[in-house]
Design a protein around this ligand. Sequence first.
Ligand code: GCO
Length: 464
Amino acid sequence: MSEFGLPEGFIFGTSTAAAQIEGAVNVGGRGPSIWDEYASTHKNILDASSPAIACDHYNRFEEDFDLLRDLGGQAYRLSIAWPRIQPTGHGPANPEGVAFYHRLLDALIERGIQPWVTIYHWDLPLAMQDAGGWQNRDTIDAFVEYTRILRDEYGSKVAAWMTVNEPVVHTGVGHAVGHAAPGLMLLGSAFTVAHHLLLAHGRATRVLRETLSTPVGIVNNHSPVEPAGDSEKEARLAALYNSYHNGQFAAPLLTGAYPAELEELEGIHFDVIQDGDMDIISTPLDFYGINYYFPTKVGAAPPFYPVPFAPREYDGVPVTDFNWPVMPGGLTEILKQLKAAYPNLPPVYITENGCAYDDGPGGDTQDTRRIKFLEQHLSAIGDAVAGGVDVRGYFHWTLMDNWEWQEGYTKKFGLIRMEPSTLDRVPRASFHRFADIIAAHRAPATNVPPVIDQAPSRARVEIP
Ligand code: GCO
């Protein structure tokens, strides 16, 4: 047991996504993705930046992985950009893209770091979107082909596979309300997208297992939900939001059925589900990835709102630069809730957790808030472990400040400060604190009193 109540064998790492760090969008035969398009056409990025450079990790990954080695974690979660492997989402693999990820994986392995690979972290090839994207069931077949390429190329190098990242955010923010790529406002009918992403997950899982015995999981964003007040109406809205945010993804994966009450939401119809789909979606998982950032308080929506519920702020709770409440207890709570709701929950890894804080001039140069956030969330995991949840690892979001989607470079989530104008990397105090936590956890326990051997040992006998 560590300082935070984390079990022996618990692994530590950091988590990143291709579109947020790689840059080099026109290099090596990569095709455009929906995020390149969203950032350029829709002018929807807070600081008008784009993923074109991001952290230039494409050219600097050796330097970044040296820092990762200094951090000392056992594992690193990265994503592969589909448009680098198949520029249009179809057809033969692009040799330069394939070679790039071989170099990347080799560089990790050489440094003794396990590569944990996300197959899809939201960067759909743009040509696929033009053909209907995730609303089109054919995209699932294309995803399976893409997965087969990754399996055959990288199967011997990858330590764990994660099929899809946060389908709830990609569906809700990207396809229901249009605040992220591909910028569609399908409202309830975005349920088709959710269903297709889950099916893509299930089919990819089966394809990986045809030839590999590597663990396979999915990554879901989860948030415990509470009602804003104690009326029956508010309790009902909170339950409905819980079904939308958590149940819509956990239930089909772990029980083979969507929560029935989802159909109460306008536009959600289960008639997109075809025979056999739920069996594929509920293909058993080797592990379950959870991204946790904050809990959600839910009240009634104002008039003309497309859904009946709306989030409420927490009073008197500190917030990050993203205005997200810092509530580590929510992590313990959601872990316990998921375990109670799904007794067959496989071993859990926290695949993302982190906070945006600027430590620039005038900011928190000691990085104390990020350190506290990290420590409190590790303790929250320890509490869940003590409560019987099998949590086996923690990936901090994220290694270095990156291109934070619609927020551009304005939100600083990194253990390493990355200056967009110079691309310089400078580890923050939280990097050093995390390195110490990892080292202490990995080192053999030194605070255990030595066992006193009652029987005279040979050495003792030999002493004159
Ligand atoms: C996610 C997002 C990350 C974000 C992070 C901070 O998986 O949640 O994929 O890419 O950068 O959540 O907002």
